[in-house]
Structures are given as C-alpha cells and as structure tokens.
Design a protein around this ligand. Sequence first.
Ligand SMILES: *Cc1c(COP(=O)(O)O)cnc(C)c1O
Length: 466
Amino acid sequence: MTIQEKLSRLPQVNECLMSPHGQKWLESGYRRIVVRSIREVIESKRKEILSGLSPDVSIDSISGDIEHAIRKHSAYKLRPVINATGVVIHTNLGRAILSDKAIANVAATAGGYSNLEYEISRGKRGKRYSHIKDVIKELTGAEDAIVVNNNAAAVLICLDTFAKGKEVIVSRGELVEIGGSFRIPAVMQASGAILREVGTTNKTHVADYENAVCGNTGLLMKVHQSNYKVIGFTEEVPVERLVAIGRDFNIPVVDDLGSGCLISLEKFGIYGEPTVQEVIRQGADLVTFSGDKLLGGPQAGIIVGREKLIKKIQNNPMLRALRIDKMTFAALEATFMQYLDEEKTLQDIPTVRMLTQPLELIRKRAGKIMASLKKVISARADLKIVPDQSRAGGGSLPETDFPTYAVSVKPSGMSINALEERLRLGAPPVIARIQGDALLIDARTIQDREIHLLVHCVTAALKNNI
Ligand SMILES: *Cc1c(COP(=O)(O)O)cnc(C)c1O
C-alpha cells in the first residue's frame, strides 16, 4: 500500500464523532475536548504513516487512544496530591488543609443563597463581616475584628488606613521577606507609607523607637520573625514596651504575627510562637495574622484590635478590593468555631493535629503504611521505618524540629529518581522526598484516609516497566 493509500484510510473527525464510540464520548464529555482529542490521535497516526509505519487506523482500534486523550484533557489542572514530604503547611501544596467541618460548611452555603450580606432578624441588608466577628472576639479577647483576603492584604490595608504618606517605624531586625513578593519594605512602598527603619539587624532598643517618633509617625509596627531567627547577641523590644511608647505619643501599634496561633503550643514543645490573645493582652492596638498557616483554615487575613481602628479599616474604600468571598467565610467561621473547644481543635483541625500528634501515633501510621506496602511489593523494594524530622513550613516555626517517622523505600531495579518521578506523575501525584539512596514517605502529613490510595500509588509506581 502506498503512503497515499494509507493516509486515505485515516478516519475523518466527523466519522469518529458519528460512530457509537463518538456518541458515547459526547454524552459523557465536553464536545470541544472530544473533538480536540480525536484530532490529536488522527494527527499522530498521520505522522506514524508518514514515517513509514502502517498503524491500524480503524475507529475501533484508535478509540482507546482517543479515550486516553479525552481523560487527560478532562482532568482538572488543580487537583489533589498526597503530601508525603512531612511539611505540614506546605505553601506549594496548598498550605493548610481544611477540617471536615469547614469543608461541610462551604458545601452547605456555596451551592445556594445565603445571608452573606443580609440580616435575617430584621429583613434588611447586613454586613458580611458581622457574622464572624463575635467568635473571633471571644477567642482573641480583642474588641473587634475584620477579615480580608490574606495576611498580606491585612498588613496592606492597615498601612493604607493609618500610615499613607506617614512614617511607619519598624526594627531593622524585622524587615522580613515572606517568600516571593511579600517583603515589608516593598509592601510599605506599595501602600504609600514611608518606612522608618530603626535599630540594627541584631539589636533594637526602646530608645531607637522613641528617637524616631516624629509629628509624621503613623504607626509603630512589629513584624513577627516567622520564617527566620536572629540568635546570639540580640535584643528586640517586646510588644508591651512598644505599646507604652505608642501610648506616650498617641500612635497605634500594629503587630503582624504572620502565623496567628490561637492555642499555646508550648506544651507540645513548640516555642517562640506567641498566641494572638497574648499579643492583644499585651496591648497591641492591631494584630494581623493568616487564616491558612498555623490556624489551619482557609486563605484569609484576620485583623483584630481596637474597635475604633477596625471601624476605620471598615470605612476604607480599599477594603472592597480585598474582601473575602462567601466560601472563605464559611470555612473560616467553621474553623474558628472549632477553637471554642481546645481538645477538639487538636483532633479536628488537620494542621494543628499534624503538628501536635504524639510521635507514637506517627510511628504507628508509618508501620501501617509499611505493612500494607509489604503485602504487595515486598520483592520490588527494600522497606523500613526510619526516624526523621518534619517541618512546619509556610514560613512558620523555622527552627523547630518535629521528630517524625518515615517509610524508607529503596526500589530494586529502578533508580530512586525514577521512583520519585513516577510517584509525582501518578494519579493522584504523591510528593515525597529523596534522602540519600531512599525515598522517604513521612507519615506525619499522610491522612489516615489516604493510606489505601498511597499504597496503591506506590505499588503502581514500583510495578511500572520492571
Ligand atoms: C506569612 C506572613 C505574611 C503573609 O501572609 P499571607 O497570609 O501569606 O498573605 C505576612 N507577614 C508575616 C510575618 C508572615 O509570616
């Protein structure tokens, strides 16, 4: 058969669509994706023919390839992955994972209408921020609260409201960069506030602040060193002292806490993370923190503090550009409610649970993963449980070690890099860490309900072309 004859046997797109296969694809998939997939497969067969091959090009025989292409193009680009890295607040993997209650509340309120800006008792228009205020006030002891898109937005609107064209005094030891574009000096500039740096990288004294205050000072700002530590010959001015200076000169003090922890983690051996309520008790006028770091909720920025100041923020027209949506509200309200019972918080909010769970529990989970793996792949890999360290991640608790247990997988007949890649490209992707000549599956960040799927993924990855 000549190449021309072979090419003439290629089916037309329309023929494929009209075939029984095509009708089935159109019923269950999106038309554009079906058409694109058919075109792609026909095109690849055309190339095979042009390169001298003689593929079978009947619709029946190419239907498998077309279905594969349809599946590939129909999959969402944003999809779940299994986090086997042990990094709990993994920014690249979506930061905090939501609690069941938060998820349920999103599902319950997002699919229908809600009283987002409606006061049911009075039958009148209401404020979207009012729903969540009371629980945040109760938990933090603050006079008032408001929420925006993320903590970067919270800092931005505080600066815009109180320090546009004015100076904001910040210690040189606190001019942080929180990954990528969030750097205190840059945010300052974007908001139109003027950064007034005081002190040095390692030491800043009360007098440094006092000497910098002038008629044009808008705010005294403290930024929590969330993702780094200055150690050695150091001194920083505690919030109480900053508050005293603020009182003397009648200037508000804002503390950007970053993580925003609501329960003291010290009993779990985790130090250096002040709680929001502590900082409020110490007198900070405004405190900003993230919804999806240690709090374990959705992406959001929470601002708590003096009623008078929160009112001003509420009246800032910029708030509209930073306002959070109803799904976030639903998740955030449910998350905050869970903090009303600390015991339940530790169990039910995944981020908090993963950070505070007893080591013994992690070891047991690692054991369970290994036992399930052993049943199916013992000949294909050397498996053992190894002690390791996990991290909090998300720019939180940088110097805190979290002892953990991981399942170490040393594949036979395949390189460790190949296994890592296969797991990453699997469905769902499993993101794991290579250490030396083994792949480590950190049991801390594996959810109990994921174990079955994880075992399936590792098995599939190890079985591939052996
Ligand atoms: C993380 C962090 C931010 C930014 O918070 P997002 O919620 O990520 O916008 C700001 N300040 C500090 C100190 C942080 O740690």
